[in-house]
Design a protein around this ligand. Structure first.
Ligand SMILES: NC(=O)c1ccc[n+]([C@@H]2O[C@H](COP(=O)([O-])OP(=O)(O)OC[C@H]3O[C@@H](n4cnc5c(N)ncnc54)[C@H](OP(=O)(O)O)[C@@H]3O)[C@@H](O)[C@H]2O)c1
Length: 333
């Protein structure tokens, strides 16, 4: 049965970009084999780029953005899912090449979906969303120094872009893993916020700008870097022998001007994170770990709930770097 519903639709006709809340029908959803009633989506940096002007990411218009969502299966052509199943979607180019989650309904390929763990509500999974999943993937990359690589214990871990979505959750998770977290931020008024998340030490973003030497004094056993650019160059020069730098973001730039010394003299490992294409099996593992590692009371405090309307007013602040914490989107609000 065809349902009417609301969604954010971006368009780019005659090079004139537009975004609006529109009425659609479930028959407008052409991709995928599982129809999901969306309970929550979330605002991530990539969503903000796409809402702004397509971000050179979306190529077909009109288009429904939203790179993640949680919801309940309405109909499924794959017997792996049945009506009523609670599911989580992150990445796999949904919200980039396939219609996404800023919508009351979404239809996607069953292989992209993960069944939500029993103890993780649809609201909580999107409080983490793509940002939280990425923070967890980065944190497990750092933990690999102790386990997979059988290196020494991780002690000091740096998190850049610490007040952002990925950064905030990374500070929490790494603290829970037992590490001393050093948080880098450009927002001097957010020191208390970061301390409450568990950060032991707050550093000014300015300390990570400018030229760096081939090698500097090694201080970090692990790094979650959401910023890229000049700061990543400096971080690599400051990482301890066999330290792991999990690089996931480019909020500060895409170019790194590094050299081989950190890699061949100190065995530093630069571990790239692409949460979008991470297998559904790995995503399922991470969502189950989230239940154990995340203090959802704390995440609730750093989360703002937006309607589709609010979302259209909020995304520009994220592009300016002036948001903090997480923003969930309730399309039914
Ligand atoms: N690879 C993946 O799978 C993946 C997944 C999710 C996100 N990401 C990427 O990770 C990054 C963070 O995502 P997010 O959702 O956490 O975004 P966000 O909430 O906007 O956080 C980004 C943070 O970076 C800092 N920042 C902003 N502009 C900066 C600049 N010019 N120079 C240095 N720092 C700056 C700010 O933190 P402070 O003010 O505290 O410094 C800001 O809050 C983005 O680049 C995003 O595309 C990648």
């Amino acid at each position: 049965m065809t349902q009417n519903f609301k969604a954010i639709v971006i368009d780019n006709q005659n090079e004139k970009f537009s975004r609006a809340i529109k009425d659609l029908k479930t028959s407008d959803l052409k991709d995928g084999n599982v129809l999901v009633k969306v309970d929550y989506s979330s605002l991530n940096f990539k969503d903000a780029l796409i809402l702004n002007n397509g971000g050179k990411i979306v190529r077909k218009f009109p288009f429904v953005p939203g790179i993640d969502f949680s919801g309940t299966v309405e109909t499924s052509e794959d017997q792996k899912f049945k009506k009523g199943d609670r599911v989580i979607l992150t990445g796999f180019r949904v919200g980039e090449a396939y219609f996404g989650g800023f919508s009351q309904y979404a239809k996607v390929n069953s292989e992209f979906l993960v069944k939500a763990p029993e103890k993780l509500s649809n609201k909580h999974s999107m409080m983490l969303g793509t940002a939280g999943l990425t923070a967890l993937l980065c944190s497990f990359a750092i933990k690999a120094k102790e386990e997979l690589l059988l290196g020494s214990k991780v002690k000091d871990v740096l998190v850049t872009g610490a007040t952002g979505g990925v950064g905030s959750i990374a500070v929490m998770v790494l603290t829970k893993m037992g590490y001393n977290v050093h948080a880098v931020t450009g927002k001097q008024d957010k020191k208390d916020y970061l301390t409450q998340l568990g950060a032991k030490n707050i550093l000014d973003r300015k300390e990570f700008s400018g030229e760096s030497k081939l090698l500097e004094k090694g201080v970090w056993d692990g790094v979650v870097d959401t910023v890229g650019g000049e700061s990543l160059t400096k971080i690599l020069a400051q990482t301890n022998p066999n330290g792991i730098v999990a690089a996931c973001g480019n909020a500060g730039g895409i170019k790194i001007n590094t050299n081989v010394m950190p890699f061949i003299i100190r065995g530093v490992k630069l571990w790239g994170i692409d949460s979008s294409a991470t297998s559904a099996k790995r995503k399922e593992f991470i969502w189950n770990e989230a239940v154990k590692l995340i203090d959802f009371k704390k995440v609730e405090e750093l989360t703002n709930e937006l309607s589709l309307d609010d979302l259209l007013n909020t995304f520009p602040s994220m592009l300016k770097g002036s948001t903090s914490g997480r923003y969930i989107v309730n399309p039914n609000k």
